[in-house]
Design a protein around this ligand. Structure first.
Ligand code: ATR
Length: 277
C-alpha cells in the first residue's frame, strides 16, 4: 500500500504539487500516492482530520489555510514557529506536526539553483503578508548585510519587522520597514517580490534605482511573467520567477515525510516544459 499524501487548499485544482511529488517519488523510488483535497472554507480542520483518519501520512497546505494549519498543529517545528504559518503537516502517532518549508525553498533556490548567496547581501523584501512572514527567518539566518521590508501599507511592514525583531542580529545592519517612496537612492543586491500584485498584472511601486549592478530580482509568482520581472529586466537586473522556490519547498516537505532529499533539477525542468506549452 502506498503512503498517502495530498495538497489541501481552496481552490486546489491548479496546484502543481501532485506533479512535483510524483516526480520526487519516481526519482527516489518511494511508493507514495499524492492527491488533492478541496477543503470547504469553513471546514479545514474536519478535512485534515478525515484525511489523517483514513490513513493519510501528511499534507501540504496552500491558500487560504496556512494560518489555520499553524493553529491546528499540536507541535510546530523549526521555521513554522515564528512564521505563524504552516505549509506542511506530518501525522506522527497522535501528533500533528506543522512545518513551514517556504523560506527554505526560497533560500535554496537563491543559493543553490541561482547561485546567489544571501550572506553579506543587501536584501529588499516587498510585501508584508503571509508570504513574507514565511521567508523572514530562513532569509535572516543566511546573514544578509541588511534586510529592508517595504509595503504599500507601511504599518504592516512595521508589524512584520517588529515580529522578527529578536532575529535581527542575524543581519549585520539589522532589519527595517520602509515605504516604497523612501527607497529611491538606496540600492539592493537581491530584490524579492513577495506581494500578490503580479497575479493581477500589477507591481509594487518600487523605484527603478533599487537595483545594484548585478542585482537579482526574484518574484515568488510563477504562473506568469509578472510586470515586476519585466521591469527588473528593463532596468538591468537578472530576474527569476518563483518556480524553483515552489519545487524546493516541496523537496523539503518530501524530506520531512520520507527522510530522503529528492533531486530537484528534473522536477524544475519538467514544470518549465509544461508551462511553456
Ligand atoms: P500573502 O499571504 O500571499 O502574502 P496577503 O496577506 O494578502 O497575501 O498579502 C499580500 C501582499 O501583497 C501585501 O503585502 C499587499 O500589500 P498591502 O499590505 O499594502 O495590501 C501586497 N500587494 C498586493 N497587491 C499589491 C499592489 N498592487 N501593489 C503593492 N503591493 C501589493
Amino acid at each position: 500500500m502506498p503512503h498517502k499524501y495530498a495538497v489541501i487548499g481552496n481552490p486546489v485544482d491548479h496546484s502543481l504539487s501532485p506533479a512535483i511529488h510524483a516526480e520526487f517519488a519516481r526519482a527516489t523510488g518511494h511508493d507514495i500516492a499524492y492527491g488533492r483535497v478541496l477543503a470547504p472554507l469553513d471546514g479545514f480542520r474536519a478535512a485534515v482530520l478525515k484525511f489523517r483518519d483514513e490513513g493519510g501520512s501528511g499534507l501540504n497546505v496552500t491558500l487560504p489555510f496556512k494560518h489555520e494549519a499553524w493553529h491546528l498543529s499540536s507541535t510546530r517545528s523549526g521555521f513554522a514557529l515564528a512564521a505563524g504559518a504552516v505549509n506542511t503537516l506530518a501525522f506522527k502517532g497522535g501528533e500533528i506536526v506543522g512545518h513551514n518549508t517556504d523560506g527554505i525553498g526560497l533560500v535554496r533556490d537563491l543559493t543553490r539553483n541561482l547561485r546567489v548567496p544571501v550572506r553579506g547581501k543587501r536584501v529588499l523584501l516587498m510585501g508584508a503578508g503571509g508570504a513574507s512572514y514565511g521567508v523572514m527567518e530562513p532569509t535572516l539566518r543566511e546573514q544578509p548585510q541588511s534586510l529592508v521590508v517595504a509595503n504599500r501599507t507601511l504599518e504592516k511592514a512595521i508589524a512584520l519587522v517588529g515580529h522578527f525583531e529578536k532575529l535581527q542580529q542575524y543581519a549585520l545592519e539589522g532589519i527595517a520597514a520602509r515605504p516604497y517612496d523612501a527607497l529611491a537612492g538606496t540600492q539592493f543586491d537581491i530584490v524579492i517580490n513577495a506581494t500578490s500584485a503580479g497575479l493581477e498584472d500589477a507591481m509594487p511601486p518600487v523605484p527603478d534605482s533599487v537595483f545594484a549592478p548585478g542585482a537579482l530580482a526574484y518574484d515568488m509568482v510563477y504562473v506568469k511573467r509578472t510586470p515586476f520581472i519585466q521591469f527588473a529586466q528593463e532596468h538591468g537586473a537578472r530576474a527569476s520567477d518563483g518556480l524553483g522556490m515552489l519545487v524546493e519547498q516541496a523537496a523539503e516537505s518530501f524530506f520531512i515525510w520520507r527522510g530522503v532529499y529528492p533531486e530537484t533539477r528534473a522536477a524544475i525542468a519538467m514544470l518549465r516544459r509544461q508551462m511553456q506549452k
